[in-house]
Design a protein around this ligand. Sequence first.
Ligand code: IPE
Ligand code: IPE
Ligand code: MG
Ligand code: MG
Ligand code: MG
Length: 310
Amino acid sequence: MDFKQTYDRYLRAVNAAIAAHPLLTGDENLQMDALSAAPVDGVIPEPLKSAVRYSLLLPGKRIRPVLLLAGYHLLKDDWESVMPYAVALEMIHTYSLIHDDLPALDDDELRRGQPTSHRVFGEAMAVLAGDALYSLAFETMLQAALQSGHPYALGAIAEIANRAGVRGMIAGQTLDVKLEGTQPRKDMVHYIQRHKTGDLLTAPVTAGLMLAGADEALLAAGQTYGEKLGNAFQIVDDLLDLQGDATILGKQTGMDAKHGKMTWPAVYGEETSRRDAERLIREAKNALHAFAPRAAFLEQLADFTIDRAS
Ligand code: IPE
Ligand code: IPE
Ligand code: MG
Ligand code: MG
Ligand code: MG
């Protein structure tokens, strides 16, 4: 199987698992009108459920769940037992996008080719849809851990919690927002990218390896891969904001400059940014040697990260 076929196989499996999530399926019309229909205990009330489904089901690349499955597959072959963790990562990522797009943060109107959550459902519902996805992610993982008794489940969940949390993605987002309009600084942009993006791209690899029972040396190799990949991924995101096509990207371009964001190109310029991303991808791939010959897909995924147009 070539890279695209393998990616599509992961993508289809992840999309099917998301669509089949027990809390997100069921009769959508049951409570469409939250004001007139009687509320039902045990189901997500409308319009919250619609807001959650709207953002989650839009076509994202699903790179974080794919990374978790592929990280696990560096050592193991089955899919079923780790799919809830893959779905949970997409939930956390989607929540981060909904909140990232809010007027109080990046104030964006377009996401995944469609109007952002707050444009469709209003700001209050967008805030709550993000909250809902964050808690659903942990509910999903803990339910899986309780049911399957995966021996390394709690370690993996803790890893995801740490990297998504106040010293991870949220820490990066904090400085991303607070440093808008300030003088570009190397230490700051490194911190921002390591955390706002790097942590949510590293967690799938390390958590996937933890679920597979990897030893310390393999975990460290996976962590290096994730960190380098994450850094390159955000540099490319910054470059696409400057050079990309909004129709292909499915989000507005030129927004980073408009907000005075502390981006890699703002600190280093576009040419150096492209070179840095290429170097980081080489370093990411080098870290995979420990897993050869099972690492071919993740090597190609690293190349895809930098070649992408969306
Ligand atoms: C966008 O993430 C936000 C960043 C961290 C750069 P993706 O580029 O993975 O967005 P989707 O999930 O494919 O929409
Ligand atoms: C987003 O970074 C990082 C998170 C959502 C955590 P950006 O603000 O650059 O992402 P886009 O460009 O809006 O997708
Ligand atoms: Mg942002
Ligand atoms: Mg943004
Ligand atoms: Mg961006």
